[in-house]
Design a binder for this molecule. Structure first.
Ligand SMILES: NC(=O)c1ccc[n+]([C@@H]2O[C@H](COP(=O)([O-])OP(=O)(O)OC[C@H]3O[C@@H](n4cnc5c(N)ncnc54)[C@H](O)[C@@H]3O)[C@@H](O)[C@H]2O)c1
Length: 287
């Protein structure tokens, strides 16, 4: 079952599926591709936000459809695959974008939070690939875009579960890049730094004051979701594998690889500051 907004496209227009497409970066990518006249199916668990997105983007060219899609459920992906086969005859670009956030020191939080974030951020991407790669192999072409994060490259403290999931997405993408190239299927992995979205709403954390801290980090204005979406669209057009949209992110990653002694000093300083802040907030809460 899908809900549609605008439905005016050529049968040759690019076909794009974006998981988590109702909000933030997913929505911005839908907008970017629609402006080019593409056919975009957004899959998301948040039906209310999806309805807002359909309404907001309804006057753009291209065709926009929404389907309920939970990346924790392979059957959900299969429904989208069937819909895409029947209505658009296949899929050109799969964007594994749906993701959630988590933050906890290693001795806080519980394993259930690790299971939850893994199921969405890692296994959600794996499920998407498993369902759509056979279709792309039959087509002889396709492009998979995986939204990872700078977090998966820099591994900042207190973000263990999130970092590990995003590092996993980078690793899977590097694997697929070579595994799928002989079938004409391209891969892009995107590692953005912070930008303003609704990601803090999904965050699970036992740490005092952490949601506010992450909310502040998300208000970084180096790039917004629309700018990153445009870069992703161009990376797909150029068949670029690795995309690090933020200049500050490129600088930090470069420093980690080529000046590790400076990088380590900065990370350690940050970790000490964060530890003090968490302990102070805890003490304030106790009194
Ligand atoms: N915002 C940032 O600073 C930032 C930085 C780096 C990477 N990212 C990544 O960008 C991606 C998009 O996040 P965003 O920042 O736009 O956040 P967002 O919360 O605005 O959007 C995420 C979307 O994913 C959906 N979603 C969550 N669980 C789902 C599930 N089980 N099945 C289907 N949809 C689900 C949500 O409903 C939401 O619409 C995520 O993978 C995130 O990790 C974000």
């Amino acid at each position: 079952m899908s809900t549609s907004a605008n439905t005016t496209t050529s049968p040759h227009a690019q076909r794009v599926l974006i998981t988590g497409g109702a909000s933030g970066l997913g929505r911005a990518m839908a907008e970017a591709w629609l402006r080019d006249g593409a056919r975009v199916l957004i899959g998301d668990v948040n039906q209310e936000r999806a309805a807002e997105t359909l309404a907001a983007l309804k006057d753009l060219p291209g065709e926009l459809q929404y389907q309920y899609l939970d990346v924790r459920d392979a059957a959900s992906f299969n429904n989208s695959r069937e819909w895409l086969e029947q209505n658009w005859g296949g899929l050109d670009v799969l964007v594994n974008n749906a993701g959630v956030a988590g933050a906890a020191r290693i001795d806080r939080g519980d394993m259930a939070d690790w299971d939850w974030i893994f199921d969405i951020n890692v296994k959600g991407v794996v499920r998407g690939c498993k369902v759509f790669v056979p279709m792309m192999k039959r087509q002889g072409h396709g492009h998979i875009v995986n939204i990872a994060s700078l977090a998966g490259l820099l591994n900042a403290p207190v973000m263990g579960s999130y970092n590990v999931t995003k590092a996993g997405v980078i690793s899977l993408s590097e694997t697929l890049r070579f595994e799928l190239a002989p079938y004409g299927i391209h891969t892009t992995v995107v590692c953005p730094g912070f930008f303003r979205t609704n990601l803090h709403e999904s965050m699970r954390t036992p740490e005092p004051g952490m949601i506010e801290t992450v909310d502040k980090l998300l208000s970084s204005d180096e790039l917004n979701a629309q700018q990153i979406a445009e870069m992703i669209k161009q990376a797909v057009a150029r068949q670029q594998f690795f995309l690090l949209p933020h200049k500050s992110g490129r600088r930090a990653y470069w420093m980690k690889r080529f000046m590790p002694f400076v990088f380590n000093r900065i990370m350690l300083k940050g970790a000490v500051r964060l530890q003090r802040k968490l302990e102070k907030t805890e003490q304030r809460k106790e009194h």
